[in-house]
Design a protein around this ligand. Sequence first.
Ligand SMILES: [Cu+2]
Length: 499
Amino acid sequence: MQPVSRRGVLVLGGAGAASVALGAVGLSQRWLVPDTEVSGTDSGLSPVEGGEVVEPEVLRSQDGVLELQLDAAMTTHRLAGREATTLTFNGAVPGPTLRVRPGDTIRLRLANGLDEPTNLHVHGLHVSPEGNSDNVFLMVAPGDSFDYEYVLPGDHPPGTYWYHPHHHGTVADQLFGGLYGAIVVEGPSPVEASRERLLVVGDIALGSDGRVVQASMMDRMAGREGDLLLVNGQVEPRLAARPGEREHWRVVNACTSRFLSLRMAGDHDAQVLGRDIGVLGTPHDLGEGLLLAPGNRAELLVTVAPGEGALMTDPVDRGGMGMMQGSRPGGGGTMGLVVLEGSGESVEQPDSPPSRPGPRDLRGSPVDGSRTLTFAMGGPGGGRGPGGGPGMAFTIDGREFDADRTDQQVGLGTVEEWTVRNDSPMDHPFHLHVWPMQVVRDADGEVRDPLWLDVVNVPARSEVTVRIAFEDIPGRTVYHCHILDHEDLGMMGVIEAQP
Ligand SMILES: [Cu+2]
């Protein structure tokens, strides 16, 4: 089968995050299209597709406390249906799912069994970035362990969050290697559904020896994408349900650099209930492509129809540069994430989900300050990135990351409006730790309904405007591009919120 080449589009491109469907996939075909072009980091190991979906082990808080140990180590285990040697938390990819409630405390011992430093970030949680909380400036040396404690506020938004290492310079390697897991903050009223499912999407490339393929400098500049698209560590697992059943799916994009464009193929109905932070007031159709940049999450309400269908992801053109031929971001063609089979006796269709109170809207608040941040690529880099060479600079406001410099000082208790500009020919998903962002204007114009994200994609050569309420949690932390290779190459800054 002739691979579908998108290289021309990508090299000429920089067209932003428009998704491109590469032909419809018929119901009788395998959902995973083999032999399509894959990106720079290719596997020599053939995955075993299918099998019933298996969810990561769940660790639940009791009486307001979740205590656990996470062992980061290189492990030989089953991945993609084959024996593989990857990085793991507690021996598995993904690591265990942490289920907590607002007001809970998580006490987590991170034991570093790797041969290099690591640490931990709880992505999206509104918790302190200081001390032994969500402090990305900490470093846990090989052989050492560290006791983290995260105290969730009593009004913490329910939703789907996740964790991964955040040690600058090796974030992409360690996440791509397999170090990630989900965090669920339960709400007071669960979504009415027959069942809940967690689908943690990651990608990886494995050599024929079952080891993780190392990324080249070109892969890093493009943002590496592994050719094995994993859901809970499996390739295209299967789910079964009865027609008429309604399921609540939590989808995490834990890929290092790969963007997902979700749609449902087949007759099953899918509604979007929530994005990164909290719920949407009114669910809307999944439609033809919900963009999940690396780090984004979606909560879906799936109503099962008779027969087979699949949650798919279409390739996303996230731009590129002429010199990046050979490592082609956004590659891989249309791929299946999970196959959903509706069979057996139908159950009565439940009522449509009630609307919930929507999230707050900062557009009514006075703005205490505004600033512009500019993402750019080009010129010689400082050589802080992996590989050590000068490479290309990945900058915010013309500077590469420096942990000792504070780039943004904000006042605690203020609301600010930030315009994030992207002067480069590639998309950069903007992630701010601790404080969620309300998107008020994206590359397509005003955003009508309140939309709260902690990763906001800024398409190539465009800008996005967000509002941020710097309330109740002071501290010093970071913002960065969530193409984690770009973050490692310097596209990160330091913010401090002070009274
Ligand atoms: Cu980037």
